[in-house]
Design a protein around this ligand. Structure first.
Ligand code: FAD
Length: 330
């Protein structure tokens, strides 16, 4: 029998990575599984020929001392930096420059960079869509769509996936955890990435929009470490996105480009739309994480802790601390 507990973490977004990193550093064996091709989850960057665009998380705060220290490590490693955009707010008829004391960080040279950095020291199984988990006498087993049931027996399974994606994995094994995940209402978001042949001459690099279908505008090229084409990003507001989730991308693009045009934005040379089915949680839960030591099953993720990058990282860490208390005897 393996004397070092071997744990499975499902989901290599920032919550799963933070959880796995702490467990790994404490000497436990950890295998991370993600259905995507690369780690990062919603800290995501779309890449094309000579262009890239952060189309999920736009920036992150670092208010908690532990997360600040982590972000300082990322800065030292060259995978994150401060972003100080010229920030505006459009609110009905009023448009104003928004003086802000908030420190905004971004991954460099792309939003995926911190995740890639964390994943580089971990055992990550990409393109492994975990569809079932089961608890046997000798531990947990996981079953992926790509490889079926894996032979490895895990001492615990930690789910770091959006709440609606946790429900089907939980509902027969831990109904109360499934109910917790069901209680988190996650909303969609349409993202539109715009490519321009020449720099766009607007007086802002980013804007919060409180009118029409738009919620957020950002000049991706204004973030530190970006090169290549002039790229802008539009996010639709959650209510609008939910109402138009099944629309064709062309219809969505038409509405968002029209709203961008009303704020002075020119028509792009090309655009790419992306639909996030689970972008944010409203209202986000404030539980930190969930852990059932008697069966070795845990949950972490942004939806359990404030709904942002910083909360997700802290949630993963909180779960790792609870798991370590169960597995590492002093
Ligand atoms: P995720 O990043 O969603 O990671 C979950 C991972 O689980 C994914 O990689 C997924 O592929 C994987 N997965 C799911 N199901 C399975 C399965 N069955 N098997 C295997 N793998 C699975 N936050 C901010 O702080 N600032 C912002 O400006 C901001 N803007 C945002 C804008 C948008 C459009 C979106 C979508 C999000 C934004 N966020 C923002 C939120 C932020 O991205 C998230 O809070 C954070 O990235 C969530 O991390 P996570 O690890 O909890 O989840």
């Amino acid at each position: 029998m393996n004397p070092v507990p071997h744990l499975a973490v499902i989901g290599s977004g920032i919550a799963g990575l933070s959880c796995a990193t702490m467990l790994h550093r404490a000497g436990l064996e950890v295998s991370l599984f993600d259905k995507a091709r690369s780690p990062g989850g919603r800290m995501s960057t779309r890449r094309g020929d000579d262009w890239q665009c952060d189309h999920g998380a736009q920036y992150f705060t670092a208010r908690h001392p532990e997360f600040r220290a982590e972000v300082a490590r990322w800065q030292q490693a060259g995978v994150a930096d401060l972003w100080a955009p010229r920030l505006w707010r459009f609110d009905g008829d009023s448009r104003e420059h928004r003086a802000s004391t908030v420190e905004r960080f971004v991954g460099t040279p792309a939003m995926t960079a911190p995740a890639r950095y964390l994943a580089s020291t971990l055992s990550v199984h990409a393109q492994s869509n975990i569809q079932q988990i089961r608890r046997e006498a000798h531990g947990w087993q996981v079953c992926s769509a790509e490889y079926g049931w894996l032979e490895t027996r895990f001492a615990a399974v930690l789910l770091a996936v959006p709440a609606p994606q946790a429900v089907p994995l939980l509902h027969q094994l831990a109904p109360e955890l499934a109910a917790l995940a069901r209680s988190a209402v996650m909303r969609g978001c349409w993202a539109l990435m715009l490519r321009f042949a020449a720099p766009v001459n607007l007086s802002f690099d980013a804007a919060f929009v409180n009118q029409g279908p738009l919620r957020w505008i950002a000049r991706n090229s204004s973030k530190p470490g970006r090169s290549g084409e002039e790229i802008w990003l539009l996010h639709a507001r959650a209510e609008w996105s939910e109402a138009h989730l099944e629309d064709e991308p062309e219809r969505v693009a038409e509405a968002l480009l029209d709203a961008f045009g009303q704020l002075g934005g020119p028509a792009p040379q090309e655009w790419t739309a992306h639909r996030w089915r689970y972008a944010d949680t409203e209202p986000p839960l404030e539980k930190g994480c969930a852990w059932r030591p008697e069966i070795g099953l845990g949950l972490c993720g942004d939806w359990l802790n404030g709904g942002k990058v910083e909360g997700a990282w802290l949630s993963g860490r909180a779960l790792a601390e609870r798991v370590l208390r169960s597995f590492v005897k002093c």
